[in-house]
Structure formats: structure tokens, C-alpha cells
Design a binder for this molecule. Structure first.
Ligand SMILES: [Zn+2]
Ligand SMILES: [Zn+2]
Length: 347
């Protein structure tokens, strides 16, 4: 597999970001990102300016964050070909994006207020919908900005953001596990930076929080349309993990399920009886936990965890590190689901 690292959910001056899109792209190049997904509020300005495609070794992909008036229901629309009107009912965003051949993610579903910055909560409330590819399991800016800082703590959080990061909200992870138990195809979990470039600079955030996507063949580096499709398809099918690379670079992690001679990856569903071996390998020692339907079934300090089972369920890995004496979130993989029943039940 070929691993590519990128940042999803980034604002520029086409909406409320602090820098023009070309400067944001330069920051992505400086941070050595393989891909950057720009999602301005209700704007495809960066696409209209011809900024999609390869910039050095960084592939720029432009979508938008559909943002209705009011304090709820932001939706990330990628690869749609055209602007999706924010005036339609939020329940209709995902079907509209799908109808335009795009992929869609619910943004910050359990968003909370950011008291120090006097910003409201913007959660997702229109759950009576379908056709989306997944949601942000972790919105990094909300995580960082939502603490009830005093001025001194806020200054410290600007200097040492990793001292304050908490990881994905528990209710988001619970919902994700619960939904993936029942879903026909797995809902993908992405990490959204929601970078705006105020205080916490773009370049810094691009180094701190990333999505790591696995592809079966390398990007061409020449055909931006084909390369964009490859990245977005892999994201939509859950072939990725999110990581706080600002703690330790997470590149090289693997999480697999092996059944007989076949190896499965995050985003896959295995149907059939028999035993399966789950294996997680890390590039750096840390505390690895394997979860089934949200419950921890195995835990290992180090670089490798293996677990043999025949119990059906949604399996995913969370990894935690230590920073200045506190436990911090490092890695959240997408799940591999093990289904019950005979192989031919799914033919
Ligand atoms: Zn938003
Ligand atoms: Zn946003």
C-alpha cells in the first residue's frame, strides 16, 4: 500500500480564513503535505481561481463547507463539480452532493461552544438524512478552541497546543461505532483541521493533525483529476486513519485483519465464519487499544498488538501517547468490520 498524508477542512480568504488561498497552499507545501483539501464556507473560489491540482508535491483539492444561516448543520462537500445551495434543507445536502457525483461528510457533528473566543456551538442536528460518506470524528480546531481558558492559559495553548488537545468527542465515537454496526457500507471517519489561520498558523496546524490515506497504487503526480479521484475514493471508503502527527509522525502505522491468506484493511467488511487475526503496528511505541463496537478488547504498550477472534463486530484502533506528563490522543483508525454468517450469505 502507498500512504499519503493530507489535511482536510481548511478555510482561506474565500470565506473566513486569515490568508489568501495561494498562501495557504504555500503553507501546505512547506509542511510537506501530500494533499490539501480546501473547504471554504459556501465557496468554490479556490477552484474558480484555477488552484486545484499539483503544486510541487502537494495535490490541492477544492470542495466547500455548506454553511446554512444559524448555528448548526455544516456539511463538507467534495468533488461535486458545482456549488450546492446552502438554502436547501440540511437533510437534502448529502443526497444533493451524491447526485452531483461528489462525496460528503457531516462536519463537527457534536460541536461545542468556544467560550474564550465567544464562538457558539455548531453541531449537526439534521440526522434524518442519508447518502453521506461519513463524518468528522474529530474537529481539531473545536478541540483546541473549546477549552474554557483564562488569558494566561490561552497564550500557553497557543505556544503548546498539544498540552490541551483531548481527542475526538466520546459521543461522536459512540455514534460512529453504533452506526457502523448496522450500516450496509461503513461510514468513514475523517479528522478535520478546520484551519482558519488565526493564532494557530496554517503551517503549524498542517504539521499537527493529518489524515493518512492508503492507496493500492501510487499517485501519478501528473494527472490531477485521476489523482484527486484516487484520494477521495479512498477517503470515502474509510481507507485511512487520523493522527496527531505533532506528537510523533504516525506514517507507517498498519492495521490489518488476516483471514486465511487474505488481508483486510480499514474500510473493509469481512463476511464469514472462522478466526481472524487483527494486527496493529506502530512506527513508535505507545499505548495501543483495539476496540470492538466501542469497547476495549485488547491493550498493549509498545509497537505491536495482535488479537485473534471470531467474534463479529466493528473493530478499530485508538493509540495514546504521553506529552508533558499527560495522556494525549495520537491515532484513530477507521474500522474493519467482521460479520457473522457464511461466506455465501454475502455473495
Ligand atoms: Zn463548520
Ligand atoms: Zn469549517
Amino acid at each position: 500500500m502507498y500512504e499519503y498524508q493530507g489535511v482536510i477542512h481548511v478555510h482561506t480568504r474565500y470565506s473566513d480564513g486569515n490568508r489568501v488561498a495561494t498562501a495557504v497552499i504555500q503553507a501546505a507545501m512547506d509542511a510537506d503535505l501530500d494533499f490539501l483539501v480546501i473547504t471554504d464556507h459556501n465557496s468554490l473560489g479556490a477552484r474558480e481561481a484555477g488552484l486545484e491540482g499539483w503544486h510541487g508535491h502537494t495535490l490541492v483539492i477544492v470542495g466547500e463547507e455548506i454553511t446554512p444561516p444559524g448555528n448548526a448543520n455544516h456539511f463538507l462537500a467534495l468533488a461535486t463539480g458545482s456549488h450546492i445551495p446552502e438554502t436547501m434543507a440540511p437533510e437534502d445536502y448529502a443526497p444533493a452532493v451524491q447526485g452531483h457525483g461528489g462525496i460528503g461528510f457531516i462536519a463537527h457533528p457534536d460541536d461545542v461552544a468556544k467560550p474564550f473566543l465567544h464562538l457558539d456551538a455548531y453541531p449537526w442536528t439534521a440526522w434524518n438524512t442519508s447518502g453521506y460518506d461519513g463524518f468528522e470524528i474529530w474537529n481539531y480546531t473545536t478541540d483546541w478552541a473549546s477549552r474554557d481558558y483564562n488569558l494566561w492559559q490561552f497564550i500557553r495553548a497557543l505556544c503548546f497546543p498539544l498540552e490541551w488537545i483531548q481527542g475526538p468527542p466520546a459521543e461522536t465515537l459512540h455514534r460512529w461505532d453504533r452506526m457502523n454496526k448496522e450500516a450496509t457500507t461503513l461510514l468513514a471517519g475523517i479528522v478535520g483541521a478546520d484551519a482558519h489561520g488565526y493564532g494557530y498558523t496554517y503551517k503549524r496546524m498542517f504539521r499537527h493533525v493529518r489524515n493518512h490515506v492508503w492507496l493500492e497504487k501510487p499517485l501519478s503526480g501528473r494527472d490531477p483529476v485521476e489523482d484527486t479521484q484516487a484520494i477521495l475514493k479512498a477517503i470515502a471508503r474509510g481507507r485511512l486513519f487520523g493522527a496527531l502527527d505533532g506528537w510523533k509522525p504516525a506514517a507507517g502505522l498498519s492495521f490489518t485483519a488476516t483471514a486465511g491468506d487474505t488481508t483486510f484493511l480499514p474500510g473493509d467488511i469481512l463476511a464469514g465464519s472462522g478466526t481472524v487475526q487483527f494486527t496493529c503496528r506502530l512506527p513508535h511505541p505507545a499505548a495501543i487499544t483495539l476496540l470492538r463496537d466501542g469497547d476495549v478488547v485488547a491493550r498493549q504498550e509498545g509497537t505491536t498488538l495482535t488479537y485473534i477472534t471470531d467474534s463479529p463486530g466493528v473493530y478499530r484502533v485508538e493509540v495514546y501517547g504521553r506529552y508533558h506528563g499527560r495522556v494525549i490522543p495520537w491515532i484513530f483508525t477507521n474500522p474493519i468490520r467482521l460479520d457473522n454468517g457464511s461466506m455465501d450469505g454475502n455473495m
